[in-house]
Design a protein around this ligand. Structure first.
Ligand code: XIL
Length: 387
């Protein structure tokens, strides 16, 4: 985003809301909000025009092993919030290879179709995720005995089929996900089947095929651990410059943003976004969550909740401050569906709502920051109470 400076009001805000978890308070008797405003009391409503505030749409992946039915089609309360709170949707797993292409000659488009249709019905944009990754690939692909030519053809066919199916309906695609080694010493040449078997040039091909299939979609590199300026983000900075110099259709670079309160907030996020923007790229925050260590059976402390709210807000502030950072996505918004407890033992509470959809300080801080950025604070007391 850009053009307005945001100041964190979290301190004053948090003082009033740290009593959570509890039911959302009813508006006070002296409430002077215009009728109906409470219904617009959402992240989406407060966000600036043209600033997409997104969520991952829960389904597939780790959810398949949990004792509940697939969330998006089945949990109506959840589904309603997906529609009202957000203006951008990302399939959490429903467009990954193992989900959408489970057998070599079988595509499973139903759940992704449903997300795209839901988004259109609710005036939302969609981020496609993802086309070239080392993880969540189907066994037929990873264990198949294909020649390099065959593999290349498999990737081309997949990208053109999936991207082509949703052409004109996807705002941004994460074409290449997590292709860089964590220490920035180079691309993942071992665990990424495409790079291992076809060489690094396959990345440029993936972008070209995606662009052919949907010339309107903005095509991204997406990764974790790149929020700060450092070896890994530097490696991307060089890679992207090389690809742009070769005329490869790369349009964006995005930070996943899987953060934890046990570590410091990443330094220089805004500067880092800005240097990619200065290359002419769009930027985005695509998978934000802020986990914390909480012993089994206990609740987060007020200090942890305040730190979490601060991290969420600082990430949003950084994006709002940079021109071309117009998409800000939470990797889920309710703890009960978060991937975090499944992948990070003893950690959790990473999203902005408790299991019962009660809002945490982080939710309120995001809403407040968006309201301040858009100027949509109707009257002074409004955003600071009964969030
Ligand atoms: C996670 C999903 O949330 C889980 O449901 C799934 O079991 C594993 O993947 N980086 C990414 C996301 O790019 O696709 C991952 O999503 C989280 C890390």
């Amino acid at each position: 985003m850009k053009r307005f400076s945001t100041t964190l009001l979290a301190a004053s805000l948090l003082t009033g809301v740290l009593a959570a978890p509890a039911a959302v308070a009813a508006p006070p008797a002296d409430d002077t909000r215009p009728p109906g405003l409470a219904k617009k009391d959402t992240l989406r409503w407060f966000a600036p025009e043209d600033f997409a505030i997104g969520t991952a749409v829960a389904g597939g992946g780790h959810h398949l092993d949990q004792p509940y039915p697939d969330p998006f089609p089945n949990d109506l309360e959840y589904r309603e919030l997906v529609g009202t709170e957000f203006s951008s949707l990302s399939p959490e797993n429903q467009a990954k290879w193992e989900f959408i292409h489970p057998q070599e000659d079988v595509y499973n488009f139903g759940p992704m179709d449903e997300i795209v249709e839901f988004a259109e019905e609710h005036g939302q944009v969609v981020r496609g995720h993802t086309l070239l990754w080392h993880s969540q690939n189907p066994a037929w692909l990873e264990e198949g005995d294909y020649t390099a030519d065959e593999l290349r053809e498999i990737l081309r066919e997949h990208i053109q089929t999936v991207v082509g199916r949703y052409a004109g309906r996807i705002q941004q695609w994460d074409v290449a996900n997590e292709v860089m080694l964590d220490n920035g010493s180079g691309l993942r040449t071992t665990d990424n089947i495409w790079i291992r078997k076809l060489g690094p040039g396959i990345i440029a091909d993936a972008f070209r095929w995606a662009h052919e299939a949907d010339p309107e979609a903005l095509l991204f590199f997406n990764d974790y651990g790149v929020e700060s300026i450092g070896p890994k983000s530097n490696a991307y900075y060089e890679l992207v410059q090389d690809l742009l110099a070769d005329g490869v259709p790369v349009h964006g670079f995005s930070f996943q943003g899987h953060l934890s309160t046990q570590y410091g907030f990443p330094g220089g996020v805004e500067e880092n976004l800005q240097r990619f923007a200065d290359l002419g790229l769009d930027t985005a925050i695509t998978e934000l969550d802020v986990r914390m260590v909480v012993p089994q059976g206990q609740q987060p402390t007020e200090a942890q909740l305040a730190q979490q709210a601060d991290y969420y807000t600082r990430m949003l502030d950084a994006c709002l401050a940079v021109e071309g950072c117009d998409s800000f996505t939470l990797w889920g918004f309710v703890d009960k569906y978060s991937w975090v407890p499944v992948f990070f033992p003893n950690q959790g509470f990473a999203t902005v709502m408790y299991d019962d959809f009660t809002r945490k300080p982080a939710y309120c801080a995001l809403q407040e920051t968006l309201a301040e950025a858009s100027g949509k604070i109707k009257h002074p007391a409004f955003a600071l109470r009964d969030c």
